[in-house]
Design a protein around this ligand. Sequence first.
Ligand code: CP
Length: 311
Amino acid sequence: MTLSKRHLLSIADLTPGDVALIFQTAKSLKEISRRPVKKVPTLRGKTVINCFFEPSTRTRTSFEIAAKRLSADAVNFGSTGSALAKGESLIDTIRTLNAMQPDALVIRHRGSGVPALCAAQVRDCAVINAGDGQHEHPTQALLDAFTVAQAKGRVRGLTVAFLGDIAHSRVARSGIALFRKLGAKVLVAGPRSLLPVAVEALGAAAMPSIAEAVALADVLVVLRVQLERLQGAGVPTLREYARHFGLNAVTMKQAKPDVVIMHPGPINRGVEIDPELADGRYSLILDQVENGIAVRMACLYLYCHERLLHH
Ligand code: CP
């Protein structure tokens, strides 16, 4: 089996068969990270360039670790210390990196659509979107759905609720699309000013309150309050946000006994989620981090091979 598209720019690029292939590959690669020697020769001779033009801990580190565990040569590239600081354009930068014959470019950028723009410039190289502006974060959605599948044994038929700042969230945009594609029902809840105008068009049902979404959900995905994107968004103080929209012991009162809680990170503890819940028995937050390596190993493995097939 092969993937249907050469680049991973958005969840729309994936068929259900592609997702099944990525999950099956991730499942078989996951145990490598628990071995005493965490390395296999699968991508020996391949080159992955991680182009992170926006801060990241989880995504950048896990793509680098994923590449190295598969024996690819991993190079990290960013705005600081590069010719971008001298005024070189993004397009010239991407063309220059592409001329060095990488097999994959992993791109994070604050501009929505930048990975797609770059994909149109490259030859013989896969582009993987590692988060672009408020648009998409497809590998985050893949690792989230993979984590649910591992914890619950299925995704189809579950109810997944995204809580918080939906409007600014590329995690929510990709997550809603992927969970819908896999047959889950998706709910959203949060401050009205932070819900997209046409949220139903994304395939999600808007709930009147966090507590009502919690009562129906099998999976809660708590979103980070994006302090850096909130100016003028009509949000109350963070204390008010925590009281009315945060996940805490009160809002969890009606939750199903086997509910699971996820968060893409980084967490604003005590704002969108209480520390006791982030660290408690329902939490899969560190499973998400571990699964991020397996899913990104699977993506690098499959998209680097896809590059050969499309050559
Ligand atoms: N979830 C996520 O994208 O985290 P980072 O910003 O740390 O990569």
